[in-house]
Design a protein around this ligand. Structure first.
Ligand code: ADP
Ligand code: MG
Length: 693
C-alpha cells in the first residue's frame, strides 16, 4: 500500500485549478502522466530573466523587458494585415505594443487609455521604434510581486503555455508534503544537498542558469533520489530471487571432462571464469538468474554446453532457447555434436517439428530420456513437460524485459537461468536495466581471431564496390549487403532494400537473395538456409540479419549508409563475417553530407574491434536505446536523472542499495520506512508487488 503521506501527490491533475476537461489530455500527454507527481517531475530547462527594467530610453532591443508604462494611444489597424497597436511611455521614451491576433475589447480593457500598466515581454527595434509583440504579461502595477524575476521555462507542447505550467506547478508544489529523509545523513552533508522538498522547490524556482545544470546540487539530489529508487527496487527484486528455492546442482565432472578432452581447443580464461560464476549459481540453493555478456565470437555456446553438462551430470535436464528457428537449428548442430562426444542425448524442438516426431520428443522429455533440449521460445509456451528441468539458457535475448525474466523463472522446478547476450552493454545500462540479475562478462576472445579489414567508402564509389564484390564472389566468397536504415518509415526501408536487390540481381543473377523485416519468420529462415547452403551468395537485407547465425563462408559485409546505424549495430553486423577461417572485409558506405561526429563514429568502427569499447562510445553518442535495439533512448526511463552526467551517482546508488538491503532487508528501520516512501514516490511499487509472487 502506498504510504498515506504520498496521497496528495497521486491525485489526478484535474484537481488543479485551470486544467478542466479542456486541458487535461494535453497536459497529461506533455508531462507523461495524469498525477500531481508527473507535474512535479516536469522540470524547467531554461529561464527568462524578467529583472531587466531600465528606462525605456535605455532599453537594448532584443531583451526581455519588464516595467511600468502609461498607455497613451490605441491605433486600430486600417487593414486586416496590420496589427492592433498600443503606444505606451514612461518619462523617458515610448514603446509600441503589437497585437496580431486580438479582440479589440480585451485590449481596450487590458490597456485602458491613460492608465499605468505593468508589462513584460521581448523587445525589438522595428521601423525606428521600440516595440513589443504580444507581451507575456499585462497587468496592474501592484502585481509586480507576482511576476518572478527569474521565470522558469518548461518544455511545452501545442496548447499548453508556459504560463499554464507555472500555474500548475505552483499549485502542485503547495501540495508537496514534508517527506522523511531517505538518504544517508553523511552523504547529504558531503554533497551539500538540501532535503528532497527543498531540492524540488528550488528545481522549479531556478535563480540562474546554473540552477538548471544537471550538475547543480539541486538537480543532483533529485537525480540521486530517482536512481536510488531504481537501484533499490532492482536490488529488492534480486534479493527476492535469491530467496527462492532452487535446485542444488553439482555434477561430478565426468561429462565435462570428456568434452574438455575432445573439444579441440582450450577454454579461454574468461570462459572459465564465467563458468565458475554459473557453477556457483547451480550449486547454491537459490534460483540463479544471470546475465552473461560476451562479444560476438567470444564462445558463449560452449560455455552454455559446459553448464548444461553440469546439470546433466547431477541427473537433471537442461534446455537452451534461441530466438529463431535457424539459430535453434544451428545450436542443435553444434550441441548434438558435443552431445555425441559425451554420450548425452540432445533433441531439437521447434514449431516445424510436428506429428509423430514431436510426440516422441515430448515423451522422451517427460521420461527423462532427453538430457538437453534445444529450441525456440515455443519451448515454454507449448505443453512441454520435463522430467526434471534444472538449468535453462536463453541465448541472444537481450531484449528480454524484467517481466519476461520473471515469467521464465516461474517455470519448472525453479531452474537456474542464464541469459546470454552478444550485445556489449555498458555498465550503466547493466545496472539500470538488468540490476535484478547477476552479471558476468566474457571479456576475451579466443586466440588467433583474424581482424576484419574495415574500410570507409563514399557511396559515390558504389561502382567500384560492386566490382570488388564481383571479384570476391567469383572466388567463392559469400557476402552480406545491408541496406540503409530509413528513419521515417519502415516502408521506405524495404523499398530501398528491394531496389538494391533488383539492381544486384540484374548484375549477378539468381545467386542474390533478399531478407527483410516484413517477411514471415519461416520465409526468412528459408532464405538464410539457402545462404548457408551457398545457393545464394549475395544476401541483401534490411537490418534483420539474424544475430548469431553462422555462415562461415561469408567474408564480405557491405553496409550502405553506415552513418545512419548505431555503432553497436554496426559491430554486430560486422560480427557476422568473423566466424570463418578467412579474414573478412567490411565496407562501410557513407552518404553526403557526413557530419564530423558521423565521420568520427565511422572512424571508431575502422579502428576498433572491441565491442565493449564501441558500446561505450555508442552510448555517449546515441543513448542507450539504440544499443538495446529499442527506438526510445534507454535513459528516457529516468525523469530526473541524466546518465550522461549522473553516472557517478548511479554507481553510488547501486552501492547504497546493496548496503541498505544488507543492513535492513525488510526496510523496517526508520530509514527503511523512509525508503519505502521513496520507492512509492517513484512508483517502483509495481516491481515490488510483482516480485512478491
Ligand atoms: P558467440 O559467443 O558469438 O555465440 P560461438 O559460441 O558461436 O560465439 O563461438 C564462435 C566460434 O568460436 C565457434 O566456432 C566456437 O567453437 C569457437 N570457440 C569457442 N571458444 C573457443 C576457444 N576457447 N578457443 C577457440 N575457439 C573457440
Ligand atoms: Mg552465440
Amino acid at each position: 500500500m502506498r504510504p498515506e503521506i504520498l496521497n496528495p501527490l497521486f491525485c489526478s491533475i484535474d484537481t488543479l485549478k485551470g486544467i478542466g476537461d479542456k486541458y487535461l489530455k494535453l497536459v497529461a500527454n506533455l508531462i507523461g502522466g495524469s498525477k500531481i507527481v508527473n507535474i512535479l517531475w516536469h522540470l524547467p530547462y531554461q529561464i527568462i530573466d524578467r529583472s531587466y527594467n531600465v528606462k525605456l530610453l535605455n532599453v537594448e532591443a532584443g531583451r526581455v523587458w519588464t516595467g511600468i508604462v502609461t498607455v497613451t494611444q490605441h491605433l486600430e489597424p486600417k487593414t486586416k494585415k496590420q496589427p492592433y497597436r498600443v503606444i505606451c511611455d514612461d518619462e523617458t521614451g515610448d514603446i509600441t505594443l503589437n497585437f496580431f491576433k486580438y479582440y479589440d475589447n480585451t485590449i481596450k480593457k487590458q490597456l485602458p487609455l491613460g492608465q499605468k500598466r505593468l508589462i513584460s515581454g521581448k523587445t525589438e527595434w522595428f521601423n525606428g521604434q521600440l516595440q513589443m509583440s504580444h507581451p507575456d504579461y499585462i497587468t496592474e502595477p501592484e502585481n509586480i510581486q507576482k511576476i518572478k524575476k527569474t521565470e522558469p521555462v518548461y518544455p511545452l507542447s501545442a496548447g499548453v503555455t508556459n504560463k499554464m505550467m507555472l500555474f500548475y506547478v505552483a499549485q502542485s508544489l503547495e501540495r508537496l508534503p514534508v517527506l522523511p529523509e531517505w538518504c544517508d545523513e553523511n552523504f547529504i552533508k558531503q554533497n551539500n544537498f538540501g532535503s528532497f522538498n527543498e531540492a524540488l522547490k528550488k528545481a522549479h524556482n531556478p535563480l540562474s542558469v546554473d540552477d538548471l545544470s544537471p550538475l547543480s546540487s539541486v538537480r543532483k539530489r533529485l537525480a540521486y533520489d530517482e536512481l536510488l529508487a531504481n537501484q533499490l527496487s532492482l536490488a529488492i527484486a534480486r534479493m527476492r530471487q535469491k530467496k527462492k528455492n532452487g535446485r542444488i546442482i553439482s555434477g561430478d565432472g565426468r561429462l565435462r571432462q570428456k568434452l574438455t578432452q575432445n573439444l579441440g581447443f582450450d577454454l579461454t580464461n574468461a570462459q572459465k571464469k564465467v563458468l565458475e560464476d554459473i557453477y556457483q549459481d547451480q550449486k547454491s540453493d537459490y534460483q540463479g538468474l544471470r546475465l552473461v555478456q560476451g562479444d560476438v565470437g567470444s564462445g558463449k555456446t560452449v560455455v552454455a554446453m559446459f553448464a548444461m553438462l553440469n546439470a546433466v551430470e547431477s541427473g537433471a535436464q537442461a534446455a537452451i532457447m534461441a530466438p529463431t528457428e535457424i539459430l535453434a537449428k544451428q545450436h542443435f548442430e553444434t550441441l548434438s555434436g558435443w552431445g555425441n562426444i559425451t554420450g548425452v542425448k540432445t533433441a531439437l524442438l521447434t514449431s516445424k517439428i510436428k506429428g509423430k516426431k514431436r510426440a516422441e520428443i515430448l515423451n522422451n522429455l517427460k521420461n527423462g530420456e532427453i538430457d538437453i533440449l534445444i529450441g525456440t521460445h515455443a519451448l515454454f509456451t507449448d505443453d512441454v513437460t520435463f522430467k526434471d528441468l534444472g538449468f535453462v539458457v536463453v541465448d541472444e535475448q537481450h531484449r528480454f524485459g524484467v517481466e519476461q525474466r520473471l515469467k521464465l523463472s516461474l517455470k519448472g522446478n525453479n531452474p537456474d537461468i542464464v541469459v546470454m547476450t552478444a550485445t556489449p552493454i555498458p555498465r550503466t545500462l547493466v545496472l539500470t536495466r538488468f540490476g535484478d540479475m547477476d552479471y558476468s562478462k566474457i571479456d576475451e576472445l579466443p586466440k588467433g581471431r583474424k581482424p576484419v579489414d574495415t574500410r570507409i567508402i563514399p557511396i559515390s564509389k558504389i561502382g567500384e564496390v560492386v566490382a570488388a564484390l564481383k571479384r570476391k564472389i567469383d572466388n567463392g566468397a559469400r557476402a552480406y549487403w545491408v541496406c540503409p536504415l530509413i528513419e521515417e518509415s519502415e516502408k521506405s526501408d524495404l523499398a530501398a532494400a528491394m531496389a538494391r536487390f533488383e539492381e544486384l540481381k540484374a548484375l549477378f543473377g539468381d545467386c542474390v537473395g533478399l531478407v527483410h523485416g516484413k517477411m514471415k519468420e519461416k520465409e526468412k529462415d528459408a532464405v538464410m538456409e539457402r545462404f548457408k547452403k551457398g545457393e545464394i551468395t549475395i544476401l541483401v537485407s534490411t537490418t534483420v540479419i539474424e544475430v548469431g547465425v553462422n555462415v562461415e563462408e561469408a567474408t564480405l559485409m557491405i553496409i550502405e549508409r553506415a552513418e545512419r546505424f548505431g555503432l553497436s549495430q554496426l559491430h554486430q553486423l560486422r560480427g557476422r563475417i568473423k566466424r570463418g577461417c578467412e579474414a573478412g572485409n567490411c565496407l562501410l558506405l557513407y552518404g553526403y553530407p557526413l557530419s564530423d561526429t558521423s565521420r568520427e563514429r565511422l572512424n571508431v568502427m575502422k579502428a576498433c574491434e572491441d565491442g565493449f569499447l564501441i558500446a561505450e562510445k555508442d552510448l555517449d553518442l546515441r543513448g542507450g536505446g539504440e544499443i538495446l535495439g529499442t527506438k526510445q533512448s534507454g535513459f528516457e526511463e529516468f525523469m530526473l536523472a541524466n546518465l550522461e552526467f549522473h553516472k557517478d551517482l548511479l554507481y553510488t546508488a547501486y552501492k547504497d542499495a546493496q548496503l541498505i538491503l544488507n543492513q535492513d532487508p525488510e526496510l523496517k528501520t526508520p530509514r527503511g520506512e523512509a525508503l519505502r516512501v521513496l520507492l512509492y514516490l517513484f512508483e517502483k511499487d509495481k516491481d515490488f508487488k510483482t516480485y512478491k509472487a
